[in-house]
Write a protein that binds this ligand. Structure first.
Ligand SMILES: NC(=O)c1ccc[n+]([C@@H]2O[C@H](COP(=O)([O-])OP(=O)(O)OC[C@H]3O[C@@H](n4cnc5c(N)ncnc54)[C@H](O)[C@@H]3O)[C@@H](O)[C@H]2O)c1
Length: 377
C-alpha cells in the first residue's frame, strides 16, 4: 500500500446508515477510519465497540485534528448543512449523505464555501460508480439502443407505512429512523438515486415539470410528525440538456419498483433495480417481421463493464457499496478529476428539492445550478 494515498476519515453520526458504510471497509485499504462522533453517547459507544473504532469526545475534537482529511457526514438530513459547514470552515473535505442540504441556498453556500477554501464536498448517492450504472452508461454512450428519446424511471419504495418498520435495525443495532424518514420525505431521500444517473448520462436538467403531495396523511400513530404532511409522492417530467425527456416517480405509496427503461430508436435498455449494484442491464431489440414492428420478448443481458461482482452491503433492500463515493472523494483530494464533484452534487440536490416541494398545484422549474462552477470568487 502506498501510504501517501491513505486518508484519515472521521465519521460524524453513526446511526442506521453507518453500518452500510462499514460493510465494505475491508475493500478500501486507503481509507483509514480514524474515529467516530455522535451526539448520542450510547449509540456512539455501541457502534465503536461493535467495529472496534475510536470514539471522539466531541465534534470539536474532529475539527481541531489536523490529521483528518475527510469528514463523512452521516447525520440526519436536517443536520447536514450545519455539520458540513463547520467542517469546511475548519479546512476539512466533506462527504455528505444525501441530501447535501435541505434548501438550495444552503447547498449552494456549502459548495461555494468549499470552492473558496480549495476543498471538496461530495454527496451520496454514489451508486453511479457501481457496476450497474457504469454498464448502463457505457451502453447509452455506445448507442446500443440507438438515439435516446425517452426514459421512464421509478423509485417506488413499497408502502413503507404499512411495513413493520419498527422492527428494522442495522447490523450494530440502530433502529431505522422512521420519524425522520417520513418528515424529510422519500423524494429528498431517494430521487437522487436516479437523478445522479440521468444527469451523468444526459447532462444538466434544463426544465422540471413536477407534482408532489402527501397522499397518506396518517402514516404514524404514535408520534407527531413535524412537518405533519411532507410529500410522500412526487411525479415529474425532466428535460435534459441533451434533449432527452425522463419521467420520474418517487413515492412510498406505490408498490416497490425501482426500475428504469431507456427508450431508443433501436430498442429499450432495462434495469430492474437501481439499488442492486450487481444487477444486470438488459436490451430488448426492436424487431420488424412482415408488417409488424415490436420489442423482442427476449431480453439480452449486457456484459458488465466491471467484469466481476463488486462488494456490496448484504441483507436488506440495498445492495450497494456506500464507500465508493468516499473513495472517489479521496481520489479527488489527491488530484483526480471527479464526474460527481461538488457542482454535480449541488445540481442533483437542487432538482430533488424542486421535485419534493413542487406541491399539489405543480410547478414548472428551471434549475439555476450549472455542472461547472458559478460561485463568485
Ligand atoms: N436509513 C436508511 O435506510 C438510509 C439509507 C441510505 C442513506 N441514508 C441517509 O443517511 C443519513 C443518515 O441516516 P440514518 O438512517 O443513519 O439516520 P439515523 O437517525 O439513524 O442516524 C443519524 C445519526 O446522526 C446523529 N447526529 C445527528 N446530529 C448530529 C450532530 N450534529 N453531530 C453528531 N451526530 C449527530 C444522531 O444521533 C444519529 O445517531 C441520512 O442522510 C439518510 O438520508 C439512510
Amino acid at each position: 500500500m502506498n501510504n501517501s494515498e491513505e486518508m484519515s476519515v472521521a465519521i460524524v453520526g453513526c446511526g442506521f446508515v453507518a453500518d452500510y458504510y462499514m460493510a465494505t471497509i475491508e475493500h478500501y485499504p486507503h481509507i483509514n477510519i480514524a474515529g467516530v462522533f455522535d451526539i448520542d453517547a450510547k449509540r456512539l459507544k455501541t457502534f465503536c465497540d461493535f467495529y472496534q473504532l475510536d470514539a471522539y469526545e466531541s465534534f470539536e475534537a474532529i475539527l481541531a485534528n489536523s490529521n483528518i482529511n475527510i469528514v463523512l457526514n452521516l447525520t440526519d438530513p436536517r443536520s447536514h448543512y450545519e455539520v458540513s459547514k463547520q467542517c469546511l470552515e475548519k479546512g476539512k473535505n466533506v462527504y455528505s449523505e444525501k441530501p447535501l442540504a435541505m434548501s438550495y441556498e444552503d447547498a449552494k453556500e456549502l459548495v461555494c464555501l468549499a470552492e473558496k477554501k480549495g476543498l471538496h464536498i461530495h454527496s451520496a448517492p454514489c451508486s453511479l460508480f457501481g457496476n450497474l450504472a457504469q454498464t448502463l452508461k457505457s451502453a447509452v454512450s455506445g448507442k446500443v439502443c440507438g438515439d435516446i428519446r425517452l426514459v421512464y424511471a421509478e423509485l417506488d419504495d413499497g408502502m413503507i407505512h404499512k411495513q413493520p418498520y419498527k422492527m428494522w435495525v442495522s447490523k450494530s443495532g440502530a433502529p431505522w429512523p422512521y420519524k425522520d424518514e417520513f418528515e424529510v420525505g422519500c423524494t429528498l431521500e431517494h430521487a437522487g438515486y436516479y437523478l445522479a444517473w440521468l444527469v451523468a448520462m444526459f447532462g444538466r436538467v434544463e426544465k422540471v415539470i413536477a407534482f408532489s403531495d402527501c397522499l397518506i396523511k396518517e402514516k404514524v400513530h404514535d408520534q407527531e410528525l413535524t412537518p405533519k404532511y411532507t410529500a410522500d409522492t412526487s411525479l415529474a417530467t425532466l428535460v435534459f440538456s441533451e434533449g432527452v425527456v425522463a419521467r420520474l416517480s418517487t413515492t412510498i405509496v406505490a408498490p416497490s419498483k425501482r426500475s428504469l427503461q431507456v427508450i431508443g430508436e433501436k430498442g429499450v435498455l432495462e434495469v430492474d433495480d437501481c439499488w442492486n449494484n450487481n444487477g444486470s442491464v438488459y436490451f430488448r431489440r426492436l424487431i420488424t417481421i412482415r408488417r409488424k414492428t415490436f420489442l423482442s420478448p427476449i431480453r439480452k443481458k449486457l456484459k458488465s463493464v466491471c467484469g466481476e461482482k463488486m462488494p456490496t452491503t448484504s441483507g436488506g433492500k440495498t445492495k450497494m457499496d456506500f464507500l465508493l463515493g468516499v473513495d472517489g472523494l479521496r481520489k479527488t483530494v489527491l488530484g483526480e478529476k471527479s464526474k460527481a464533484d461538488s457542482q454535480f452534487a449541488l445540481h442533483v440536490n437542487e432538482v430533488a428539492l424542486a421535485l419534493q416541494y413542487s406541491g399539489r398545484d405543480g410547478v414548472l422549474y428551471r434549475p439555476e445550478s450549472e455542472l461547472s462552477s458559478h460561485c463568485k470568487k
